[in-house]
Ligand binder design. Structure first.
Ligand SMILES: *Cc1c(COP(=O)(O)O)cnc(C)c1O
Length: 400
């Protein structure tokens, strides 16, 4: 097939980010770029900065960076920590590992609680470690809310309770890059100090923006934190943001898209958005079970509503399956990352997804399972349809 051959219809972008960008958002992004120091921008700036708070469920400031999620990770660390500080991190998977490696390179001393990548962070293990830390050498606990490499969710509120139970003053830093606006999250109520998010996953935007929500305590800590920072310095940002502006040129057009995305999330209602993600995740899991394949995440309490990672049987290649799916059905599925390479594929069901999108995606997977000769049973799509039909009739018992 030549590269120039036209493929009819819409590409199915079923990776756990970037996610498909709705036409409404694409159109908003196409508005003319304006003077970022002028009165029209001020209105845009104020609207997105205050609108974001409702998505993080916070009354504290939320900062917007013209950077991918990795930038906000760095911002979270450099604004509250000093060289040599100990941070306690939990090895939920590939992304937790990258964040830990970043902490190390920045001159921090991360301590990594090991795990098999098949569950969320364990609050009891965190509490036990903090209790041992009598001198309070650990300055922050960092966890990934939704581990995108494994499809496992960590119990953020329980981790905060574990920190309290240990009577430990550590800050709580949470990565919600693939969960914000897909899985319920409460920055204030759960007592999180710094929440990190990105534009290209649940928020339905193209890549290029990232966010940090900041607690009062984190804001105070930043005054004494000694890691060098300039581009990511909260203080410069907050001074400019208070007037609706930015200390350097913002991604104006992506901010048009962000304004539209926030509006769309509220038009649907955040609780409905979360329920839709739960429904599509459950439909996906029913398909996987009907195929006779294994969901990588071990326990129902950690199941992700953003994505499902699926284990392929020993001796078969998840990447071969993904190649078949792309070549024949124009659907992109998530690859297995680092130690999961070739072993799992990931079905993204976050962002602007409806019942038929998910059924189409699952049909693509089921056909590709045949083509790649991965041993499985038929009937996955059927099981998902049965579930979604029940949901449409209002007969749905809430299930995990
Ligand atoms: C996507 C993702 C990242 C990385 O974000 P970039 O935008 O690629 O820099 C980090 N953490 C999680 C949980 C993610 O899903």
């Amino acid at each position: 097939m030549s590269n120039s051959q036209r493929v009819a219809g819409r590409h199915f972008l079923q990776i756990p980010g970037p996610t498909p960008v709705p036409d409404r958002i694409l159109r908003a992004i196409s508005y003319p770029t304006i003077d970022h120091r002028g009165p029209e921008f001020e209105k845009l700036g104020r609207t997105v900065l205050s609108g974001l708070k409702s998505i993080f469920k916070t009354t504290s400031p939320v900062i917007i960076y013209p950077a991918s999620g990795t930038g906000a990770w760095e911002a979270a660390l450099v604004n509250v920590l000093s060289p040599g500080d100990k941070v306690l991190m939990f090895e939920t998977g590939h992304f937790a590992t990258l964040w830990k490696n970043m902490a190390m390179k920045l001159g921090l001393e991360p301590e990594f609680i090991a795990s098999d990548w098949r569950s969320g962070a364990d609050p009891a293990a965190i509490e036990a470690r903090l209790r041992e830390d009598k001198t309070h050498a650990i300055k922050a606990v960092c966890i990934v809310h939704n581990e995108t490499s494994t499809g496992c969710v960590s119990p953020v509120q329980a981790v905060r309770k574990a920190i309290e139970a240990a009577r430990h003053p550590a800050l709580l830093l949470v990565d919600t890059i693939s969960s914000l606006a897909s899985i319920d999250y409460c920055h204030d109520e759960w007592g999180v100090d710094v929440t990190v998010a990105g534009s290209q996953k649940g928020l339905m935007l193209p890549p290029g923006l990232s966010f940090t929500a900041i607690s009062e305590k984190a804001l105070k800590t930043t005054e004494t934190a000694k890691l060098p920072r300039l581009f990511f310095d909260w203080r410069e940002m907050l001074r400019a943001n208070a007037q609706g502006f930015f200390p350097y040129t913002p991604s104006t057009n992506l901010l048009y898209g962000l304004r539209e995305a926030i509006e769309m999330l509220h038009e649907e209602g955040l609780e409905n958005v979360f329920a839709r993600h739960d429904r599509h995740a459950e439909a996906t899991r029913r398909a996987v079970r009907a195929w006779g394949l294994e969901i990588w995440c071990k326990e129902a309490q950690h199941y992700s509503s953003s994505l499902t990672a699926v284990l392929v049987p020993e001796g078969h290649s998840a990447d071969r399956l993904r190649e078949m799916a792309l070549e024949h059905f124009d659907i992109s599925l998530g690859t297995g990352l680092t130690k999961l390479a070739g072993k799992v594929f990931r079905i993204g069901h976050l962002g602007d997804t409806n019942d038929l999108t998910i059924i189409g995606a699952l049909a693509g997977v089921e056909m590709a399972l045949h083509l790649a000769e991965v041993p499985h049973r038929a009937g996955g799509v059927q099981a998902a349809m049965a579930y979604l039909t029940k949901a449409a009739r209002g007969e749905l018992a809430v299930t995990a």
